[in-house]
Ligand binder design. Sequence first.
Ligand SMILES: *Cc1c(COP(=O)(O)O)cnc(C)c1O
Length: 406
Amino acid sequence: MSDDSNCACTAPAYPEGKFNPATYTVHGTSLFEPVTGAISTPIFQSSTFRHPGLGQSTGFDYSRVTNPTRLELEKTVALLEKGKYGLAFSSGMGAVSALIKIFRPGSHIIVSEDLYGGTYRLFQEYYAKYGFSFSWIDTSDFAAVRAAARPETAAIFIETPSNPMMKVTDIARCAEFIRKRGGKLIVDNTFLTPWFQNPLELGADIVVHSGTKYLAGHNDTLSGFLALSCAETEAELRNIQKSEGASLAPFDAWLTLRGIKTLAVRMERHGQNARKIAEWLRTQDIVEKVFYPGFEDHPQYELSGKQARGAGGMISFYLRKSGYVPVLLRSIKLILFAESLGGVESLLTYPLAQTHAAIPGEMRLSAGVNDRLMRLSAGIEDPGDLISDLEQAFAACTGAAGHRGK
Ligand SMILES: *Cc1c(COP(=O)(O)O)cnc(C)c1O
């Protein structure tokens, strides 16, 4: 746990030795709703709450500030991330937007060069205008992190495994480095979720989530989270959330809570399916390279095993020819060509044109996002069916390429 020198942080609130994480995913922080005994947290679809009297409150006044359904979800995410506090936002980007406002203009932030394109856009197109500066580097290379640090460096913001190149950054090492300099380590834990990785335990200060992905898990809602243990930072973030208003709606909070109930079983299955597909992809002639942190020859395989309990459900791969891309995308029948990840349905994404379109061409290329890169989010369908679907689509690629060659 981070012992942030900037504020009075204390130990995490994760109840010790009571239950194991899989139990908490099912039950959250309360087994039932105390008034009615409802086992499913009710959707408190109310914008405002009656005050018992002047200067009195039930603890709930207005839903932009606090809402009982959202509060149960916030506490559940904090519990799973082994933090003291959780804050729920209308999307992952809503969470990142709130987070960056804890830093002052003039701050410098070191950021993983291959990360979610929307985060790049927000930082570079907007916050750079407001006096922030960013260094986009390969954070899996610690020497590069150290070299990028400046006196005004206020934070390191990483995704690990990175998106979409699956590079793994050493969380504990970055945490120690930035804490000594009085800054904060922020980890976007969307890809592995707390089921596989707990950055706060490794020393990170703040965890970010797009709850839209694995936490909600069914491609049916947007949500975003911050989890942390520092009381001062939490108070500031609460004030930002209340002031900006990107708070998560009660129904979307409920959908995310319901999704989290099956997080443990889903993540295990996502992980198993991804491994099978990654191994199969490696045997395919039309695939040049597969990026998956569960391979023993992945450059950070050992680090990944040290800081995470699984390799996750995401795979990226290079096709040998860019001409295969359109054929593959129109030939898949079960796997869906769509943006996003982390749901029960398998999705295939073309990062160049979709998730990473906001990143300038040369930067994208130097990060490895070329016109042959595909990203697969392995769902929880039958793995044989998923592989068969890819097999027939790959056959269409080589068939079509052969045909064109005539
Ligand atoms: C999707 C995503 C985001 C943004 O989240 P939204 O819920 O779409 O706003 C941020 N980080 C990562 C890693 C993501 O995959």
